[in-house]
Design a protein around this ligand. Structure first.
Ligand code: HEM
Length: 157
C-alpha cells in the first residue's frame, strides 16, 4: 500500500486553512511579524494553505489558480526579509501546529520542519535586492523525509 501524502495525513485543506487562519491571527499580535503583514491581502492565509497543500501532495490549486511557484516567489521580491523574521515565522508556525488538533506523531511532525526550513530560506533569499523570478520554477513536493539529494555547488556536476 502506498504511504499517504503529508496532505492526507494532516487532514487535507480544512486543517491547513485552520492552521494558517490561526497563524495569521497571531501574526497580527506579534511585534516582529505584524509590520511585515500589515497590508496583507485578506485571501493570503487561504492562498498559503493552498500552496502548502500542493507541496504536501494535495490538489494543484495554487498552480492552477494562483500562478504556481513563480507567483509565490514574486510575492517575496524586494521585501528585505531578515533571518530574525524568518526564525520568528517558523517558531510561530510550529507553535500553532503544536497547539492544534493536527496529528502530532513524531514521523509526521518532523517532515514539515524540513520544508519550512528550506522554503523560508528561499523566501529570504528571494526577498533581497537583485533576486529574480524563474518563470519555469516547479512547485516543490515534500514527503516523509526525502532530502531531494545533496547540495551541488554552482558550476559543478
Ligand atoms: C515555507 C516558507 C514560505 C511559504 C510556503 C510562503 C508562501 C507564501 C505565499 C504562497 C505567498 C503568496 C500569497 C498569495 O498568493 O496571496 C506569500 C506571500 C508573502 N510572504 Fe511568504 N512564504 C514563506 C516564507 C515567508 C517568510 C519567511 C516570510 C517573512 C518572514 C514571508 C512573508 C511573506 C509576505 C510579507 C508575503 C506577501 C503578503 C501579502 O501582502 O499578501 N514568507 N508567501
Amino acid at each position: 500500500m502506498p504511504a499517504p501524502t503529508l496532505y492526507d495525513w494532516i487532514g487535507g485543506i480544512e486543517t491547513l486553512e485552520r492552521l494558517t487562519a490561526e497563524f495569521y491571527r497571531r501574526v497580527q499580535q506579534d511585534a516582529e511579524l505584524a509590520p511585515i503583514f500589515a497590508d496583507m491581502n485578506p485571501d493570503h492565509p487561504a492562498h498559503v494553505a493552498a500552496f502548502i497543500a500542493e507541496v504536501f501532495g494535495g490538489p494543484k490549486t495554487y498552480s492552477e489558480q494562483h500562478g504556481g511557484h513563480p507567483e509565490m516567489v514574486r510575492h517575496h521580491l524586494n521585501r528585505h526579509l531578515t533571518e530574525t523574521q524568518r526564525r520568528r515565522r517558523i517558531s510561530l508556525l510550529l507553535d500553532c501546529y503544536g497547539q492544534s488538533d493536527a496529528p502530532q506523531d513524531p514521523e509526521f511532525a518532523s517532515a514539515p520542519v524540513g520544508y519550512l526550513e528550506w522554503g523560508s530560506r528561499l523566501a529570504v533569499i528571494n526577498a533581497q535586492p537583485g533576486a529574480k523570478v524563474n518563470p519555469h520554477a516547479e512547485m516543490p513536493r515534500w514527503g516523509w523525509g526525502e532530502t531531494g539529494g545533496p547540495y551541488i555547488p554552482k558550476g559543478t556536476k
